[in-house]
Design a protein around this ligand. Structure first.
Ligand code: C2E
Ligand code: CA
Ligand code: CA
Length: 581
């Protein structure tokens, strides 16, 4: 080799060296700033190379350790095992795998990615391990998992978790022929606590009650959950049929005899509890919870508080209500609804005073559903407003038609629900209809029940007053079945009182019934109201009512609710009679 050639080789090596050390520096910087740690191991001689931010993971700054066995003696004892696992566990598997391990103090989660490099025979030759801190990610995951299964306010299981546990139990119960009971627990009048003392105190109550329920879960066969605001569930896994909910309820009942101390406020509560049991009541966890809830609602409405068990009539009733509700939502007014009219007669002249408009519904399947059945369901939602508006327009337009055809003056009595009457634009809408169909406001009578008056008495009175100024009449329907205090009656701007059918029924039954009706009629007359007796079915009733001075009569005896055409026939007859007289 000539000197020149030799010099050339030296320059080449220098250049190569320079390039390599430049690259080496670059990789070192890269590795050093990546916040990862790397461990290279050669399988043949257990030599290793430690790179990157080793100290972030293993507390020690080990730069020059080049033997894996020595490395194990240098790191903390508690790190040895997970590290050894990470190094050796993946040898037989694929070339890359990630595993997680948590340091013993529980504060740091490390992900270790193992890269195995194999020789031509497929034997592991070298390994590169990369360590990454995944603590933050893990915590977020844990938080999410917590939120997914636990209720943040009370720390009890949430609905999801409860349903999952029930599912597990029900599968087990099917095999073991065991039972699973679910109690749906609702705190009565919880809103009063929230509105009265404040939501923070309300939350405190929910938490304390949750803690108490938790204390009832003494072994793994009882669990509890917080479903939402004032609703909780308890479940019992019952292999022998002897762990009744009743026993737990007694404990709850006993606890509730004492008040809760909520930041110094002593608050006593009651609960409504509905119980449903697998396999009798339902097949799935959601059904089981739903049925327990239905029973709970029953308790709330009928008994106000207490415990009750699922039985067939309850569920039948519920299914029927749900069906009507669904059908009502889809009902096509002009096709499915009809308005019938029941005549009201003047006892002195035997002439028509007017008619009461009563709705009829023939559903999509052609079945007649009575208003007594569907009106209370419609009243629970805004559906009653649409129904009420349809009735009002239909009744007023019919009245206009009769006036034009027969030239008579008639009273059209229209039933108005509390929710409809409370509507902001109610009076305005009614007046607009009266103008549109050009009828006299004096011929419109709104039948309201005492439930209308419950909400905001003064406001209702102002509204009635406004309507009366315009000339529209009002009647108290079903008088005697609600509060019926004569003291408030005096304040009411109504002109008519409709005595409920139950009094008319009782009238001829005994002396007491007699006296009651007599005094109502007398009182009402003296206060200057008109009286209509409802549900008159017998001649004796009519005779007696006439005798005691009841002005108007409505009932099957003189006419059932009928289609408008039948009323037209009555009007024709009446006109003919008047011509002859
Ligand atoms: P209500 O306002 O007390 O109506 C009187 C009910 O008694 C009507 O039942 C009527 O058909 C019935 N009735 C009348 N005379 C007799 C009788 O001599 N014997 C017997 N056994 N019953 C008699 P209906 O039509 O089934 O209505 C039931 C209830 O549904 C009504 O009671 C009213 O509260 C409600 N309702 C009916 N139509 C409407 C409406 O358009 N709007 C609203 N909001 N409620 C309505
Ligand atoms: Ca009525
Ligand atoms: Ca009535």
């Amino acid at each position: 080799m000539s000197v020149n050639e030799f010099q050339y080789q030296i320059d080449l090596l220098k250049a190569l060296n320079q390039k390599l050390s430049g690259e080496c520096n670059m990789y070192r910087t890269l590795v050093g700033t990546s916040s990862n740690a790397f461990l290279y191991i050669s399988n043949a001689d257990d030599k290793c190379l430690v790179m990157g931010n080793w100290e972030l993971f293993f507390d020690l700054e080990i730069r020059n350790c080049n033997d894996i066995k020595k490395l194990f003696t240098q790191i903390r004892e508690e790190d040895v095992e997970p590290l050894r696992d990470a190094i050796y566990i993946e040898e037989t598997g694929g070339s890359t795998a990630a595993r997680e391990f948590c340091k013993k103090d529980g504060k740091q989660w490390i992900e270790c990615e193992v890269n195995v490099i194999r020789d031509d025979a497929g034997q592991p030759r070298e390994k590169l391990l990369r360590f990454r801190d995944i603590t933050k990610f893990k915590r977020q995951n844990d938080d999410l998992a917590y939120l997914a299964y636990y209720d943040a306010l009370t720390g009890l299981y949430n609905r999801n978790r409860f349903v999952q546990e029930l599912m597990r139990w029900m599968e087990k119960a099917a095999q073991e022929k065991a039972a699973v009971s679910v109690a749906f627990i609702n705190i009565n009048d919880f809103r009063k606590v929230n509105d009265g003392i404040g939501v923070l105190i309300g939350d405190e109550l929910l938490q304390q009650f949750a803690q108490f329920l938790k204390s009832l879960c003494t072994d793994e066969t009882i669990i509890c959950a917080h479903l939402n605001a004032d609703a909780y569930c308890l479940a019992i896994y019952d292999p022998y049929g002897d762990r009744t909910m009743e026993t737990l309820y007694e404990q709850i009942h006993k606890r509730l005899e004492k008040p809760f101390d909520l930041s110094g406020n002593q608050v006593t509560i009651t609960v409504s509890v509905g119980v449903a049991e697998y396999p009798e009541a339902a097949e799935t966890p959601l059904e089981l919870i739903e049925r327990a809830e239905i029973v709970m609602f029953r308790v709330k409405h009928e008994n106000k508080s207490g415990i009750r068990y699922f039985d067939a009539p309850i569920i039948q009733d519920f299914v029927q209500t749900a069906q009507i509700e669904r059908k009502l939502k889809n009902a096509v007014f002009e096709k499915e609804f009809l308005l019938y009219y029941q005549p009201q007669y003047d006892t002195a002249s035997n002439n028509l005073r007017g008619v009461e408009a009563l709705i009829r519904w023939r559903d999509e399947d052609g079945r007649m559903i009575s208003p007594g059945e569907f009106i209370p369901i419609a009243e629970k939602s805004s559906l009653i407003i649409h129904i009420g508006e349809w009735v009002m327009e239909k009744a007023i337009s019919t009245l206009a038609h009769w006036k034009e055809k027969f030239g008579v003056s008639l009273m059209m009595s229209i039933n108005i629900s509390a929710l409809q009457f409370a509507q902001e634009g109610f009076a305005h809408h009614l007046i607009a209809l009266i103008k549109e169909y050009d009828v006299s406001p004096k011929e419109i009578e709104l039948e309201i029940t005492e439930t209308v008056l419950v909400d905001d008495f003064e406001h209702i009175i102002r509204k009635l007053e406004l309507l009366r100024q315009y000339g529209i009449q009002a009647a108290i329907d079903d008088f005697g079945t609600g509060y019926s205090a004569f003291s408030y009656l005096r304040k009411l701007p109504v002109q008519t009182i409709k005595i409920d059918k139950s009094f008319i029924d009782a009238m001829l039954r005994d002396k007491a019934g007699n006296i009651i009706v007599e005094s109502i009629v007398d009182m009402v007359n003296r206060l200057g109201y008109e009286t209509i007796a409802e549900g008159v079915e017998k001649q004796e009733q009519l005779d007696y009512l006439k005798k005691i001075g009841c002005e108007y009569i409505q009932g099957y005896l003189l006419g059932k609710p009928m289609p408008g055409e039948k009323i037209e026939e009555l009007l024709e007859d009446q006109l003919e009679r008047q011509v002859w007289e």
